[in-house]
Design a protein around this ligand. Structure first.
Ligand code: KG4
Ligand code: ZN
Length: 340
């Protein structure tokens, strides 16, 4: 299976073996440097760069897997959610290739890809049923994933995604884009108890998230300190902010596990690359007897390997999409997807 992912600012292609799990190649061409001067992803630039990169990225994925198009049995592509101009590049490329080679085409929901990413590391395990926390620049949601294709959303962010909060706070404390890795690095020498930032929504009985209050709390402290002192205290600010986010994400996920009775927990999405979050998730989950599934870091951030694994499952379940498959920037996942 050849898989293509272009939902945001990475042009990615991967080849998955006949068993639907073995990864033969995964190529990710990141556009981070192109968006850096703007402090965030510029949709027009992203779309244009995908157009330039898509063909060489697919060719590299085939070459690194040691295969040609003649060996490919199906094409999977992310068809939403994401930036529509970016999604369209991958979807149209995949459609044209599937049509010209007479290959089955499967559209994959980006979040379903993130959920299945742990399979790339532990191919003998299954990931469902589970509670899944998907945390990235665009999403922060908790799902009860009963089986492949059967997902109930338990909670979502009411304002910013966790990754967005990392990106915005990074800017507030004078760090670059993308903010997540920069905040994690800055936090290394800092005291996570230095500032008592709020743990928004943690004490409330629901499973929704909210990060804009936390961001405002950081802004208030930065203003009170003034530019010079805030720069001196950057490590403490980063560590205290990161700790608040980790506390909320871990606390809500444990509540979701209790509520659903699930025995497995999946952590995935770009923010799942965060070291302290991974460590806490593993420690707290395993101490309570849960199987904790976290993909290796390179499969947490956007990639096509996860889309290939999800696409191969769809194909094996007899699902395929027509040649008029469209990109949908707000593609729904919950309840609407019902596989065997
Ligand atoms: O999944 P992803 O690559 O793209 C989306 O689907 O959004 O996630 C990107 C997000 C960015 O907001 C980035 O700051 C965040 O993931 N991120 C991190 C780390 N690495 C990436 N956040 C916290 N700590 C990290 N180490
Ligand atoms: Zn993503």
């Amino acid at each position: 299976m050849l898989a293509i992912e272009t939902s945001c600012d990475e042009t990615a292609a991967a080849v998955i073996g006949d068993d639907g799990r073995t990864l033969l190649s995964s190529v990710v061409d990141t556009q981070v440097a192109a968006h850096q001067p703007y402090g965030g992803v510029v949709p027009e630039i992203a779309g244009r760069r995908h157009v330039v990169s898509i063909r060489p990225v697919v060719e590299r994925a085939l070459a690194e897997a040691g295969v040609t198009l003649d060996d490919i049995g199906g094409i999977a592509v992310t068809n939403g959610p994401g930036l529509v101009g970016s999604l369209l590049v991958g979807v149209n490329f995949a459609k044209a290739l599937a049509w010209s080679r007479n290959l089955p085409l499967v559209g994959v929901h980006h979040i379903e890809g993130h959920m299945l990413a742990p399979l790339l590391d532990a191919p003998d395990e299954d990931v469902f049923p589970a509670v899944a926390l998907i945390v990235s620049g665009g999403h922060t949601s908790l799902f009860h994933a009963r089986a492949f294709g059967r997902y109930t959303r338990l909670g979502r962010t009411l304002d910013d995604a966790a990754g967005e909060a990392f990106d915005k706070v990074a800017r507030l404390i004078g760090l670059g884009y993308p903010g997540g890795p920069a905040v994690q690095k800055a936090a290394e020498g800092g005291d996570p108890r230095a500032f008592a930032f709020p743990r928004p929504t943690l004490e409330k009985g629901h499973l929704d998230f909210s990060f804009s209050g936390l961001k405002t709390a950081v802004l208030t402290v930065v203003r009170e300190l003034g530019a010079e002192k805030a720069a001196d205290r950057r490590a403490d600010l980063a560590a205290s902010f990161q700790q608040a986010v980790v506390d909320v994400l871990v606390g809500k996920t444990l509540a979701a596990l209790e509520q659903t009775g699930a025995k497995r927990v999946i952590l995935s999405g770009g923010v799942a690359a965060n070291g302290p979050l991974r460590t806490r998730f593993r420690l707290e989950g395993e101490a309570r007897g849960f199987a904790v599934l976290i993909p290796p870091m390179r499969f947490c951030t956007d990639n096509a390997a996860m889309i290939g694994v999800a696409g191969a499952r769809r194909l094996a379940a007899g699902l395929r999409d027509p040649s008029d498959l469209d990109a949908d920037s707000a593609l729904p996942l919950v309840e609407e997807v019902q596989c065997a």
